[in-house]
Design a binder for this molecule. Sequence first.
Ligand SMILES: Nc1ncnc2c1ncn2[C@@H]1O[C@H](COP(=O)(O)OP(=O)(O)OP(=O)(O)O)[C@@H](O)[C@H]1O
Ligand SMILES: O=P(O)(O)OC[C@H]1O[C@H](OP(=O)(O)OP(=O)(O)O)[C@H](O)[C@@H]1O
Ligand SMILES: [Mg+2]
Length: 286
Amino acid sequence: MGSDRNLRIGIPSKGRLSDIAGELLGQAGLNFRRQSRGLFARVSGLPIDIIFLRTDDIPTLCNEGAIDMGITGSDLVEESAVDVKTRMKLGVGRCRLAICVPDNAAYQSAADLDQKRIASSFPTITNTYLAAHGASAHLVSLSGSVEVMIQLGVADAIVDLVETGSTLAANRLRVLEDIGSYETVLIQNNRGHDPDTADRIVRRLEGVVIARDYSSLEYNVPRSKLAEVEQITPGYDSPTVNSLEDKNWCSVRAMVRRKDIIDTMERLEAAGASAIIETPILNCRL
Ligand SMILES: Nc1ncnc2c1ncn2[C@@H]1O[C@H](COP(=O)(O)OP(=O)(O)OP(=O)(O)O)[C@@H](O)[C@H]1O
Ligand SMILES: O=P(O)(O)OC[C@H]1O[C@H](OP(=O)(O)OP(=O)(O)O)[C@H](O)[C@@H]1O
Ligand SMILES: [Mg+2]
């Protein structure tokens, strides 16, 4: 490997992405133990150190070279406006960023917010969006509890993350416009420290992330119906077809997106398949 130090991966030390990141790395075979309040952990059997950091500092620290890779929100990567690569989307922590106004306010679009006050933890993204939509606003930059700012008289509108929408409802706000959709990502800087180990982590995480999204579906079907059911389960690349003792029948195995499983099983049954079995996939290499 020829590297003078271990590869450093920064992950959130607390907050909602902290457990998510630790779990993903654990499933990818990166075993480490965080001492209570420790900010650093060594990965057993691999030239990797895990550094526990504030989620919103991870893009900057990755760009600065303090860490080589990091797990954080793509919203925070965009907000920090640094030049790091997104190596992969991790399929978790999905949320959107939206301009929100009081339920009963008459605003119809972002342009109506020209010269208004907007509270947000995302001033850069907000300003860029408003400029592209013909508005210029006074930004009040805060690090949390943004939804209460209208009630406090600090702002006319807010820009904040929305997931379920329950915080908006509790504060009698509505979405005026969506700015973008975001999720948890693995980032890497352009310095190229230990690229082999970095690529190995990406491959391992890909195996885990794809496995979380897919199930394996196995079923028997008359050979005469094979072409039809292959349309229903085209698989990740293509389905695996095996012969059965009864030459008129075959057994098919294919990967199916978990969210489509029930619907797919119903369609297969209607097309003549039987013994349809779903099996979860823990990890995979494709
Ligand atoms: N409902 C949500 N609200 C906020 N962030 C979310 C949500 N769902 C996913 N995320 C992602 O989590 C990131 C916030 O992570 P962070 O580690 O700061 O967690 P937190 O629980 O918000 O911590 P804090 O208590 O410091 O606000 C966001 O930048 C976003 O990428
Ligand atoms: O649409 P929802 O499911 O309600 O989620 C969105 C809310 O969750 C986050 O706040 P967080 O809990 O991180 O508190 P904070 O404002 O202190 O960061 C975010 O800033 C929104 O307020
Ligand atoms: Mg938060």
